[in-house]
Design a protein around this ligand. Structure first.
Ligand SMILES: C[S@@+](CC[C@H](N)C(=O)[O-])C[C@H]1O[C@@H](n2cnc3c(N)ncnc32)[C@H](O)[C@@H]1O
Length: 257
């Protein structure tokens, strides 16, 4: 939820747009998955499963596990179901692990959930001994891509600030404070994007959604027209037409002891 003139605005997701740059967006999921040790989990949960393309990897790795997938967006749930994932619509805030849950993964979701730091201990406390909780969140709220959007939106739309995602040490402390074995790290992917205005296209599927949902179409178009040259200046195209878009991500895996 974001606010326009004090009024809460619900954000919408477009699965097709989100799947653009699919390889770059999938990479952190693979890196997170590689740090999960569980061999024969009974139940594997994908919290905020999106269009389900990555949930399918969970089913492929653990074919004998029950796969539970949920997302708050009706469009994303429909897209996941169209891929054969038995996803359902729910808010992670209301989710509680079933007693046989051995693996929980949440990739690029919790940055949208302001109270997620309180959810992590609640989930860990409800998981059986030896279960693994693995999360990845973007750590780029201070990057020019996000700062430029916030600057332009100021006074019109209230957006998440840098505090939307805590630093890695905060995740480590919260999880270790629950008595879990903890593995926390961060990575900056130096993504080489192609095509015109690639950073604008990238954030169009994510960071710009709240702005698009809050502004009337003509105002949103004007907003994008003003943003585009600023993004081009912050992320200049190289002579070969490609553009570097560094993207920091924070990872945490906790195993209940
Ligand atoms: C950036 S996408 C990530 C999707 C998928 N996990 C992936 O890695 O491709 C973020 C997803 O989180 C979902 N989401 C955001 N807030 C949520 C909430 N409170 N409860 C459940 N899902 C949520 C959105 O609907 C969207 O599908």
């Amino acid at each position: 939820m974001h606010e326009r003139g004090g009024r809460p605005v619900t954000t919408s997701w477009d699965p097709a747009t989100y799947l653009t740059f699919g390889d770059h967006r999938a990479r952190p999921f693979h890196d997170l998955l590689a740090r999960i040790a569980s061999r024969c989990p009974r139940r594997v949960v994908d919290l905020g499963c999106g269009p389900g393309n990555l949930t399918a990897l969970l089913a492929a790795r653990w074919p004998d596990a029950a796969i539970e997938a949920l997302d708050s967006s009706a469009e994303m749930v429909d897209a996941a179901r169209a891929r054969g994932i038995d996803a359902h619509r729910a808010d992670v805030v209301d989710w509680t692990p079933a007693p046989d849950t051995d693996v929980v993964i949440s990739n690029a979701v919790l940055q949208w959930v302001p109270q997620h730091r309180e959810l992590l201990p609640r989930w860990l406390a409800a998981l059986p001994v030896g279960a693994e909780l693995a999360v990845q969140v973007p750590g780029n709220f201070g990057a020019p891509s996000h700062e430029l959007v916030r600057e332009l939106a100021a006074g019109r739309v209230t957006l998440r600030g840098e505090a939307a995602v805590p630093e890695p040490d905060a995740y480590a402390e919260v999880l270790a404070g629950c008595g879990a074995d903890v593995d926390v790290w961060e990575t900056t992917y130096h993504q080489r994007l192609t095509g015109p205005d690639p950073v604008l296209h990238w954030i169009g599927a994510t960071a710009l959604r709240p702005v698009r949902d809050a502004l009337p179409p003509d105002e949103y178009e004007a907003f994008v027209a003003e943003l585009a040259p600023r993004l081009r200046a912050a992320y200049p195209a190289r002579l070969d037409g490609t553009t570097w878009f560094p993207f920091r991500r924070i990872f945490a895996v906790a195993r209940t002891a």
